[in-house]
Design a binder for this molecule. Sequence first.
Ligand code: ATP
Length: 276
Amino acid sequence: MPKQRGPGHLLRVTVGALETGAAWVLDLRRVPHWLIVGATRSGKSTLINALVAGLAPQPVALVGIDCKGGMELSLYEPRLSALATNREQAVRLLAALVDLTLDRMSVCRAARVRNIWGLPDKERPVPVVVIVDELAELFLVASRNEKDEAQAAGTALIRLAQLGAALGVFLVVAGQRVGSDLGPGVTALRAQLGGRVCHRVADPGTAEMALGDLNPDALKAAQAITPEQAGTAVLASGDGWERARSHLITEAEAEAVAAEYAHLTPVLSELHVEAP
Ligand SMILES: Nc1ncnc2c1ncn2[C@@H]1O[C@H](COP(=O)(O)OP(=O)(O)OP(=O)(O)O)[C@@H](O)[C@H]1O
Protein backbone atom coordinates (compact mmCIF):
# COMPACT_ATOMS: atom_id res chain seq x y z
CA MET A 1 0.00 0.00 0.00
CA PRO A 2 1.44 3.42 -0.87
CA LYS A 3 2.47 5.52 2.12
CA GLN A 4 0.43 8.66 2.58
CA ARG A 5 2.19 11.01 4.90
CA GLY A 6 2.74 14.73 5.04
CA PRO A 7 0.26 17.57 5.38
CA GLY A 8 -0.47 17.65 1.65
CA HIS A 9 -2.03 14.22 2.00
CA LEU A 10 -4.28 14.97 4.93
CA LEU A 11 -7.64 13.21 4.45
CA ARG A 12 -6.53 11.72 1.12
CA VAL A 13 -6.25 7.96 0.78
CA THR A 14 -5.36 5.84 -2.22
CA VAL A 15 -7.91 3.06 -1.83
CA GLY A 16 -7.48 1.28 -5.14
CA ALA A 17 -6.99 1.72 -8.87
CA LEU A 18 -9.25 3.23 -11.50
CA GLU A 19 -10.05 1.26 -14.62
CA THR A 20 -7.63 3.57 -16.45
CA GLY A 21 -4.80 2.37 -14.20
CA ALA A 22 -4.59 5.67 -12.31
CA ALA A 23 -4.78 5.72 -8.54
CA TRP A 24 -8.23 5.74 -7.00
CA VAL A 25 -7.86 8.48 -4.42
CA LEU A 26 -10.60 9.17 -1.92
CA ASP A 27 -10.05 12.81 -1.00
CA LEU A 28 -12.32 13.93 1.80
CA ARG A 29 -11.26 17.54 1.52
CA ARG A 30 -12.49 17.60 -2.06
CA VAL A 31 -15.60 15.46 -1.60
CA PRO A 32 -16.32 15.38 2.15
CA HIS A 33 -19.18 12.90 2.48
CA TRP A 34 -19.62 9.48 0.89
CA LEU A 35 -22.27 6.82 0.45
CA ILE A 36 -20.82 3.35 -0.14
CA VAL A 37 -23.24 0.58 -1.12
CA GLY A 38 -22.80 -3.07 -1.98
CA ALA A 39 -24.37 -6.49 -1.48
CA THR A 40 -22.80 -8.99 0.86
CA ARG A 41 -19.36 -10.14 -0.45
CA SER A 42 -19.25 -7.26 -2.94
CA GLY A 43 -16.16 -5.61 -1.44
CA LYS A 44 -17.65 -2.99 0.85
CA SER A 45 -15.67 -3.99 3.93
CA THR A 46 -12.49 -4.22 1.87
CA LEU A 47 -12.93 -0.61 0.78
CA ILE A 48 -13.54 0.50 4.37
CA ASN A 49 -10.42 -1.46 5.39
CA ALA A 50 -8.39 0.42 2.77
CA LEU A 51 -9.80 3.74 3.96
CA VAL A 52 -9.14 3.04 7.65
CA ALA A 53 -5.64 1.74 6.91
CA GLY A 54 -4.90 4.95 4.98
CA LEU A 55 -6.38 7.30 7.58
CA ALA A 56 -4.96 5.58 10.68
CA PRO A 57 -1.42 7.04 10.28
CA GLN A 58 -2.83 10.56 9.74
CA PRO A 59 -3.61 13.19 12.39
CA VAL A 60 -7.36 12.60 12.24
CA ALA A 61 -9.96 11.19 14.62
CA LEU A 62 -11.92 8.15 13.47
CA VAL A 63 -15.38 7.52 14.88
CA GLY A 64 -17.35 4.31 14.28
CA ILE A 65 -21.08 3.69 14.23
CA ASP A 66 -21.79 0.00 13.79
CA CYS A 67 -25.19 -1.04 15.04
CA LYS A 68 -24.56 -4.69 14.18
CA GLY A 69 -23.02 -4.92 17.65
CA GLY A 70 -19.68 -3.60 16.38
CA MET A 71 -19.10 -6.68 14.24
CA GLU A 72 -17.34 -4.73 11.49
CA LEU A 73 -15.80 -1.65 13.06
CA SER A 74 -14.72 -2.95 16.47
CA LEU A 75 -11.66 -4.39 14.70
CA TYR A 76 -10.33 -0.85 14.55
CA GLU A 77 -11.29 0.08 18.10
CA PRO A 78 -7.75 0.92 19.29
CA ARG A 79 -7.64 3.68 16.67
CA LEU A 80 -11.24 4.89 17.15
CA SER A 81 -11.95 7.97 19.25
CA ALA A 82 -15.50 6.64 19.81
CA LEU A 83 -17.52 3.61 18.77
CA ALA A 84 -21.29 3.10 19.02
CA THR A 85 -22.44 -0.50 18.70
CA ASN A 86 -26.20 -0.15 19.04
CA ARG A 87 -28.78 2.37 17.96
CA GLU A 88 -29.23 3.99 21.36
CA GLN A 89 -25.50 4.65 21.61
CA ALA A 90 -25.46 5.79 17.99
CA VAL A 91 -28.14 8.40 18.60
CA ARG A 92 -26.20 9.79 21.57
CA LEU A 93 -22.90 9.74 19.73
CA LEU A 94 -24.43 11.51 16.74
CA ALA A 95 -25.95 14.15 19.03
CA ALA A 96 -22.50 14.65 20.61
CA LEU A 97 -20.99 15.00 17.13
CA VAL A 98 -23.57 17.66 16.24
CA ASP A 99 -22.66 19.54 19.45
CA LEU A 100 -18.96 19.25 18.62
CA THR A 101 -19.67 20.64 15.15
CA LEU A 102 -21.68 23.54 16.57
CA ASP A 103 -18.85 24.31 19.03
CA ARG A 104 -16.44 24.43 16.12
CA MET A 105 -18.80 26.79 14.34
CA SER A 106 -18.66 29.19 17.32
CA VAL A 107 -14.86 29.02 17.32
CA CYS A 108 -14.72 29.82 13.60
CA ARG A 109 -17.25 32.61 13.98
CA ALA A 110 -15.28 34.17 16.85
CA ALA A 111 -12.10 34.00 14.75
CA ARG A 112 -14.00 35.38 11.72
CA VAL A 113 -13.02 32.48 9.48
CA ARG A 114 -15.29 30.46 7.24
CA ASN A 115 -13.94 27.04 8.11
CA ILE A 116 -11.45 25.26 10.39
CA TRP A 117 -8.75 25.48 7.72
CA GLY A 118 -8.78 29.26 8.19
CA LEU A 119 -7.79 28.89 11.87
CA PRO A 120 -4.13 29.08 12.93
CA ASP A 121 -2.50 25.59 12.98
CA LYS A 122 -2.34 25.49 16.78
CA GLU A 123 -6.01 26.28 17.18
CA ARG A 124 -7.37 24.04 14.46
CA PRO A 125 -9.46 21.17 15.84
CA VAL A 126 -8.66 17.68 14.64
CA PRO A 127 -10.61 16.46 11.58
CA VAL A 128 -13.15 13.77 12.47
CA VAL A 129 -14.09 11.01 10.03
CA VAL A 130 -17.34 9.29 11.00
CA ILE A 131 -17.77 5.81 9.53
CA VAL A 132 -21.29 4.38 9.63
CA ASP A 133 -21.47 0.69 8.79
CA GLU A 134 -24.86 -0.57 7.79
CA LEU A 135 -27.13 2.39 7.51
CA ALA A 136 -30.18 0.08 7.54
CA GLU A 137 -29.42 -0.92 11.14
CA LEU A 138 -29.79 2.73 12.05
CA PHE A 139 -32.92 3.37 9.99
CA LEU A 140 -35.02 0.19 9.98
CA VAL A 141 -37.68 0.31 12.66
CA ALA A 142 -39.95 -2.22 14.34
CA SER A 143 -41.51 -0.13 17.10
CA ARG A 144 -42.57 3.42 17.91
CA ASN A 145 -39.58 3.94 20.17
CA GLU A 146 -37.24 2.77 17.42
CA LYS A 147 -38.93 5.15 15.02
CA ASP A 148 -38.04 8.09 17.23
CA GLU A 149 -34.42 6.89 17.47
CA ALA A 150 -34.16 6.34 13.73
CA GLN A 151 -35.54 9.81 13.09
CA ALA A 152 -33.12 11.36 15.56
CA ALA A 153 -30.20 9.52 13.93
CA GLY A 154 -31.29 10.58 10.46
CA THR A 155 -31.72 14.21 11.45
CA ALA A 156 -28.31 14.27 13.14
CA LEU A 157 -26.57 12.69 10.13
CA ILE A 158 -28.14 15.22 7.77
CA ARG A 159 -27.12 18.05 10.09
CA LEU A 160 -23.54 16.74 10.28
CA ALA A 161 -23.39 16.47 6.51
CA GLN A 162 -24.72 20.01 6.06
CA LEU A 163 -22.31 21.60 8.52
CA GLY A 164 -19.45 19.14 8.71
CA ALA A 165 -17.37 19.83 5.62
CA ALA A 166 -16.40 23.34 6.72
CA LEU A 167 -15.96 22.28 10.32
CA GLY A 168 -13.82 19.21 9.75
CA VAL A 169 -16.42 16.48 10.20
CA PHE A 170 -16.64 13.96 7.36
CA LEU A 171 -19.14 11.16 6.80
CA VAL A 172 -18.58 7.77 5.21
CA VAL A 173 -21.88 5.91 5.24
CA ALA A 174 -22.02 2.27 4.10
CA GLY A 175 -24.98 0.03 3.48
CA GLN A 176 -26.02 -3.21 1.88
CA ARG A 177 -29.53 -2.26 0.99
CA VAL A 178 -30.14 1.45 0.91
CA GLY A 179 -33.61 1.90 -0.50
CA SER A 180 -36.47 4.30 -0.05
CA ASP A 181 -38.10 1.70 2.25
CA LEU A 182 -35.72 2.98 4.95
CA GLY A 183 -37.85 6.10 5.10
CA PRO A 184 -37.79 9.63 3.73
CA GLY A 185 -34.71 10.51 5.80
CA VAL A 186 -32.59 8.30 3.53
CA THR A 187 -33.30 10.29 0.39
CA ALA A 188 -32.61 13.54 2.25
CA LEU A 189 -29.34 12.10 3.57
CA ARG A 190 -28.37 10.80 0.14
CA ALA A 191 -28.69 14.31 -1.22
CA GLN A 192 -26.01 15.44 1.26
CA LEU A 193 -23.57 12.62 0.50
CA GLY A 194 -21.95 13.92 -2.68
CA GLY A 195 -19.53 11.05 -3.18
CA ARG A 196 -20.93 7.65 -4.12
CA VAL A 197 -19.41 4.22 -4.46
CA CYS A 198 -21.63 1.46 -5.79
CA HIS A 199 -20.34 -2.11 -5.67
CA ARG A 200 -22.41 -5.03 -6.96
CA VAL A 201 -25.84 -4.67 -5.38
CA ALA A 202 -28.61 -7.18 -4.90
CA ASP A 203 -31.55 -4.91 -5.68
CA PRO A 204 -32.03 -2.20 -8.31
CA GLY A 205 -33.36 0.21 -5.66
CA THR A 206 -29.97 0.42 -3.95
CA ALA A 207 -28.08 1.19 -7.18
CA GLU A 208 -30.77 3.71 -8.02
CA MET A 209 -30.36 5.33 -4.58
CA ALA A 210 -26.57 5.49 -4.97
CA LEU A 211 -26.29 6.65 -8.56
CA GLY A 212 -29.72 7.28 -10.06
CA ASP A 213 -29.69 10.98 -9.30
CA LEU A 214 -26.21 11.43 -10.78
CA ASN A 215 -25.84 9.58 -14.05
CA PRO A 216 -27.85 6.92 -15.94
CA ASP A 217 -24.70 5.41 -17.50
CA ALA A 218 -23.10 5.00 -14.09
CA LEU A 219 -26.22 3.20 -12.93
CA LYS A 220 -26.05 0.77 -15.86
CA ALA A 221 -22.34 0.12 -15.28
CA ALA A 222 -22.97 -0.65 -11.61
CA GLN A 223 -25.76 -3.08 -12.44
CA ALA A 224 -23.38 -4.95 -14.76
CA ILE A 225 -20.87 -5.79 -11.97
CA THR A 226 -20.79 -9.58 -11.47
CA PRO A 227 -20.24 -11.54 -8.22
CA GLU A 228 -16.80 -12.60 -9.53
CA GLN A 229 -15.73 -8.95 -9.58
CA ALA A 230 -15.64 -8.38 -5.81
CA GLY A 231 -13.99 -5.08 -5.04
CA THR A 232 -15.09 -3.54 -8.34
CA ALA A 233 -17.24 -0.46 -7.98
CA VAL A 234 -18.62 2.49 -9.86
CA LEU A 235 -17.68 5.74 -8.19
CA ALA A 236 -19.42 8.95 -8.89
CA SER A 237 -19.58 12.49 -7.65
CA GLY A 238 -20.61 15.78 -9.17
CA ASP A 239 -17.48 15.50 -11.37
CA GLY A 240 -18.60 12.40 -13.31
CA TRP A 241 -18.18 8.65 -12.84
CA GLU A 242 -15.57 5.91 -13.23
CA ARG A 243 -15.12 2.21 -12.67
CA ALA A 244 -12.51 1.22 -10.11
CA ARG A 245 -11.29 -1.62 -7.93
CA SER A 246 -10.20 -1.30 -4.34
CA HIS A 247 -6.87 -2.67 -3.13
CA LEU A 248 -7.39 -5.91 -1.29
CA ILE A 249 -6.72 -4.89 2.33
CA THR A 250 -7.83 -7.69 4.60
CA GLU A 251 -9.49 -7.17 7.96
CA ALA A 252 -6.33 -8.52 9.60
CA GLU A 253 -4.18 -5.93 7.82
CA ALA A 254 -6.51 -3.07 8.70
CA GLU A 255 -6.68 -4.29 12.29
CA ALA A 256 -2.87 -4.40 12.46
CA VAL A 257 -2.57 -0.84 11.11
CA ALA A 258 -5.19 0.38 13.61
CA ALA A 259 -3.20 -1.21 16.46
CA GLU A 260 0.11 0.18 15.14
CA TYR A 261 -1.27 3.73 15.14
CA ALA A 262 -3.40 3.41 18.28
CA HIS A 263 -1.09 5.93 19.97
CA LEU A 264 -2.26 8.58 17.47
CA THR A 265 -5.92 8.25 18.51
CA PRO A 266 -7.14 11.72 19.49
CA VAL A 267 -9.00 11.85 22.80
CA LEU A 268 -12.33 13.57 22.22
CA SER A 269 -13.88 13.44 25.67
CA GLU A 270 -17.03 15.17 24.43
CA LEU A 271 -17.76 12.02 22.39
CA HIS A 272 -17.57 9.67 25.37
CA VAL A 273 -21.26 9.04 25.66
CA GLU A 274 -22.34 6.70 28.45
CA ALA A 275 -23.04 3.10 27.47
CA PRO A 276 -26.73 2.26 27.99
N1 ATP B 1 -10.61 -5.25 -4.11
C1 ATP B 1 -10.65 -6.56 -4.09
N2 ATP B 1 -9.80 -7.29 -4.79
C2 ATP B 1 -9.84 -8.64 -4.75
N3 ATP B 1 -10.74 -9.35 -4.03
C3 ATP B 1 -11.62 -8.66 -3.31
C4 ATP B 1 -11.62 -7.23 -3.29
N4 ATP B 1 -12.61 -6.82 -2.49
C5 ATP B 1 -13.19 -7.94 -2.02
N5 ATP B 1 -12.60 -9.04 -2.51
C6 ATP B 1 -12.96 -10.43 -2.20
O1 ATP B 1 -14.33 -10.50 -1.89
C7 ATP B 1 -14.52 -10.96 -0.53
C8 ATP B 1 -15.67 -10.20 0.11
O2 ATP B 1 -15.30 -8.85 0.27
P1 ATP B 1 -15.83 -7.97 1.49
O3 ATP B 1 -15.69 -8.72 2.76
O4 ATP B 1 -15.16 -6.67 1.38
O5 ATP B 1 -17.34 -7.86 1.10
P2 ATP B 1 -18.52 -7.10 1.82
O6 ATP B 1 -19.27 -6.44 0.73
O7 ATP B 1 -18.04 -6.26 2.91
O8 ATP B 1 -19.37 -8.28 2.40
P3 ATP B 1 -20.15 -8.35 3.80
O9 ATP B 1 -21.26 -7.35 3.68
O10 ATP B 1 -20.62 -9.77 3.77
O11 ATP B 1 -19.15 -8.05 4.88
C9 ATP B 1 -13.17 -10.75 0.14
O12 ATP B 1 -12.96 -11.65 1.18
C10 ATP B 1 -12.20 -10.93 -1.00
O13 ATP B 1 -11.94 -12.31 -1.19
